[in-house]
Design a protein around this ligand. Structure first.
Ligand SMILES: Cc1cc2nc3c(=O)[nH]c(=O)nc-3n(C[C@H](O)[C@H](O)[C@H](O)COP(=O)(O)O)c2cc1C
Length: 210
């Protein structure tokens, strides 16, 4: 039995195109893997600690090899709880909208919590940086209001897919699969509907061998 973590980074739930496609993927996956456990986290509803001064201080205390104060220890426990939920699963699905050419701030906040030395990556002088979340597949569904096709001038503005692949790659992910839904706004509602339908079909096919 495997455990799949389904991370939703859109607050729009019912109206979200990335969630509609990822939902279809997860439903098709569930049909094939009836015994697997699916844990769904919407980053706008979940309790994710702020990465504030105290947490940053707790991080630097570890980096400097010092013991945590009581206050830091408490704050760091909340960080570890989020990392533990993330690293304890076998497979990942991420539904992510493009916001201002990048990712929504709640996903960035989540990433700032996850990416910690000794937890999701390591560093040594001889080996350099190494990701610690290895051997697990990740399916990312990207939704964008406009279009950013490979080879076009618009491609340079896409800091969403590039960033997600870079940062999850940094944590060790090698098997990163993707479905892109675009344009969800620029072409009007009929185009959006068609693109979502096409993306759902693709996602369902991809769920078979995930
Ligand atoms: C705050 C905000 C910023 C956005 N920025 C962009 C953008 O830079 N480029 C783009 O193509 N679409 C942008 N959009 C449109 C969304 O990418 C589009 O509506 C997408 O479908 C959102 O994903 P969702 O449907 O899963 O919520 C933005 C939307 C919001 C709410």
């Amino acid at each position: 039995m495997s455990k799949l973590l389904y991370i939703q980074a859109s607050p729009r739930i019912q109206r979200s195109h990335s969630i509609a496609v990822a939902d279809a993927f997860v439903a098709a996956y569930e049909q094939k893997h009836a015994d697997d456990e699916i844990v769904t986290v919407n980053l706008f509803a979940a309790s994710i600690p702020n990465f504030d001064g105290l947490v940053v201080q707790a991080k630097y205390t570890i980096l400097h090899g010092q013991p945590h104060s009581d206050e830091e220890q408490q704050a760091w426990k909340n960080v570890e709880r989020v990392i533990e939920q993330f690293t304890s699963v076998d497979k990942y699905v991420l539904a992510v909208p493009m916001w201002n050419f990048g990712v929504p701030y709640r996903l960035k906040q989540y990433i700032d919590i996850l990416v910690q030395p000794g937890y999701t990556f390591s560093y040594s002088e001889d080996k350099g940086y190494q990701g610690l979340v290895v051997g697990k597949p990740l399916l990312v569904v990207y939704a964008r209001g406009g279009e950013y096709p490979a080879g076009s001038e618009a491609e340079a503005f896409d800091m969403q897919k590039k960033y997600v692949e870079l940062i999850f790659g940094f944590m060790g992910f090698k098997d990163i699969r993707s479905v892109v839904v675009e344009p969800t706004l620029q072409g009007g509602p009929d185009v959006a509907k068609t693109r979502v339908r096409e993306a759902i079909d693709r996602a369902k096919e991809m769920a078979v061998n995930f």
